[in-house]
Design a protein around this ligand. Sequence first.
Ligand code: F6R
Length: 611
Amino acid sequence: MCGIVGYVGKDNAKDIVIDGLKKLEYRGYDSAGIAIIRNGKLEVKKHVGGIANLENLIGEDPMTSNIAIGHTRWATHGVPSDDNAHPHTSQDGKIAIVHNGIIENYVELKHQLEEKHGVIFRTETDSEVIAQLIGVIYKEKKDLLQSVFDAVDKMRGTYAIVAMSQDEPDRMVAVRKDAPLIVGLGKENNFVASDIPALLKYVKEIYLIENNETVLVKADEVKIFNEDRKEIKREVFHVTWDVDAAEKEGYEHFMLKEIYEQPKGLSETLNRRLTKDGKIRLEGISLTKEDIDNINKIYIVACGTAYHAGLVGKYIIEKLAKIPVEVDVASEFRYRDPLVDEKTLFIAISQSGETLDTLAALREAKKRGARVLSVVNVVGSSVARESDDVFYTWAGPEIAVASTKAYTTQLMCMYMLALYMGLETGTLTREYYDNFIKDLQEVPGKLKTFFRNVSQIEELSKSLYNREQVFFIGRGLDSAVSYEGSLKLKEISYINSFAIAAGELKHGTIALMEPGTLVIALACQDFLYEKMVSNIQEIKARGAYVLAIAKEGNDAIAKQSDTMIYIPECRDEIVPLISVVPLQLFAYYVARERGCNIDKPKNLAKSVTVE
Ligand code: F6R
């Protein structure tokens, strides 16, 4: 979603801001823009399309200035266009703002500004209202900080806003409500941004800005104010990862790099939390036997890929810890009347920790008395901060829009939670637990072995890339993984793909099977494999072309299928950690074959901070 970068300091602001915006491209956007103050005058350049278009527009102009705010826009109100791109300016052209989020009462504010102040709007966006409103207030207050305070009081919605005024060229004022915002602390240089990767090249010390806080940022001073406009202190957050972690390191795409990083991420997430005697130490989580005994239900709520991790979580927690689990997509959960109370453990799963629907669902669950545990990748993100307990996936930064290593490390957290709860409450014997942990520890090695056969998947994609539709089928845990495989394929290759529990096919979807229809059949659950053989036969009888995924040595499935991908042998319960990888790779190579923009698929954003 929209990315924001702002800079004030001794260097040329334009270069730093454009560089930062490029680091935020992964969030997804459709236009870009920048505002500077040069020789006492505010100047704005903005263009629809990629940052390269903005750079072409700027051309050789150095845009020399010590202050700049920049933005990549992901359209919500108004089509992607030059006019609708940010920054937006006030009527007199003296104030510029960039905004991530939605101003819900913008129509009302717009009418007031038009009728009372004669403002003429130039764009279709909700965000322009912010610039116009600050502009009108500024005429009276003549102080940017006070004007932003007053403007925010009149706005409803979600926002990270950065404003600057040509009459105060030494400062930016930023404000946050339900959209990510950080401040980077340099030497005679300070920054604001939506996300850490934008600033990593320049600073490692960060202030994480909380909801309803306003920040005054000058080159040599940063002040944070709370909702009551009182100055408050904030601890500095030290970023531990380096620039390389957010670079491609020779891989053609971030997605491929992140697929290959899965053994490392899984090993970090698991091994760093195992004590010498093999027990799981849940740092940051105080879940005693008593707490677990007190829970009568677990609700796992998330969106997209994270929701798919929740589907596996349900299966595993119910099997190992014997606690009933419901799984829901956050955008549905929050508008139902969910049966959640103080006996519910609510688990939110989110890579970014900024997904608005997940955050809203979490708040709803908290309001109803549930204890909230989150499984999050981005340290210090909103979901993490608002949870009672946080279980971090140590996947490292995930830049590609299509989630891969975040998913498998989320799965690992699900296994660890289930095993922990099962051991604490006695539903598992120590022997079963130890064997399970040992099997989990072997997964990274098995994945590395599997990577030796990637060329087979690359070859397969060359013959299958031009299909118009693809079906994914599976049973049990294979069914949960097939949803994820299907999502991966559709989001990056734009092929119409559809996942369905294999046993459900005959209840309607089988009508779509035609000679040559590509069906990817996951048959990795030993105890269900005969059932899968029957399902494969049913679709083969209608002429489907079957690509099956099965464990090494499963010749029976090979006989039924047109082509095979084998995964290393492992216990049924942990199959998802491995079987999803060929699906990620298949999606990747098919999308590459089709010439798609793999790391930044159209219409998608990495961090979905609007409803
Ligand atoms: C798909 C994908 C999305 C996200 C979803 C939730 O590859 O990445 O479906 O999983 O938008 O995002 P997070 O996990 O950041 O809450």
